[in-house]
Design a protein around this ligand. Structure first.
Ligand SMILES: [Zn+2]
Length: 220
């Protein structure tokens, strides 16, 4: 059930507009408030972001709501969702795993929030509330990580532990202020991967050529 009026609808609309003020009309998304008991936000192909009324109730102000909506926008901007920003991955280069995509979305989200003039420490309250919810329901590993199998646990959940997510975003706030942007960082990483693949291909061709030369010598 979609909510059509009230403070939550107003807040979602205001935040969504503010986050996208610099974008042309055809690149903008809208946010719908769903009446649902679970605190959640999500998106999918198309131009809509969904946030539940329960989640909006738990976020204390516009900045915290902005981080959640910006995270969903980020999945579109970074090409994680089929649609106008979808990215085609080069052959043999696997797309980033889920927890890396989520980390990238968090970092792009804080960029969008700061770009829209929200105070980053207020935005981070969204992740601090998530962390508190994990602790309140006794899921210590979702907050702090699993000491016996940290990497396996992250891969299974598809997210870094919430304390790590907070630390990643905090570190990126400083980086953003000195000019770092996640899309540029990702482009640099991809270029490095491409260079490595090219070097390996050249080495492989070189060794095939060397083998061919050896075979020629043997024939004599
Ligand atoms: Zn996400």
């Amino acid at each position: 059930m979609i909510e059509r009026e009230g403070w939550r609808v107003e807040r979602a609309r205001r935040v969504t507009e503010r986050l996208q003020a610099a974008l042309p009309e055809h690149e903008r998304f809208e946010t719908l408030v769903i009446h649902a008991d679970q605190a959640n936000a999500f998106t999918g192909p198309g131009r809509t972001i969904f946030i539940t009324h329960r989640l909006l109730d738990q976020l204390p102000d516009e900045a915290a709501a902005a981080f959640v909506i910006a995270h969903e926008l980020a999945h579109h901007h970074l090409g994680h969702v089929p649609g106008r920003f979808a990215r085609t991955w080069p052959m043999f280069a696997p797309p980033p795993v889920s927890h890396e995509r989520e980390r990238h979305a968090d970092l792009h989200a804080i960029e969008l929030c700061m770009g829209a003039g929200y105070a980053p420490e207020r935005c981070l309250i969204a992740l601090q509330i998530l962390d508190a919810l994990f602790l309140a329901c006794g899921d210590l590993e979702a907050s702090l990580g699993a000491p016996h199998d940290p990497e396996g646990d992250i891969a299974r959940r598809g997210y870094f532990p919430s304390r790590d997510r907070i630390a990643h975003v905090e570190a990126h706030v400083a980086a953003y202020r000195s000019g770092a942007r996640i899309v540029n960082l990702l482009a640099t990483e991809r270029a490095a991967v491409d260079r490595r693949r090219m070097t390996n291909a050249v080495a492989a061709i070189g060794s095939i050529a060397a083998t061919a030369v050896l075979l020629l010598f043997r024939r004599r």
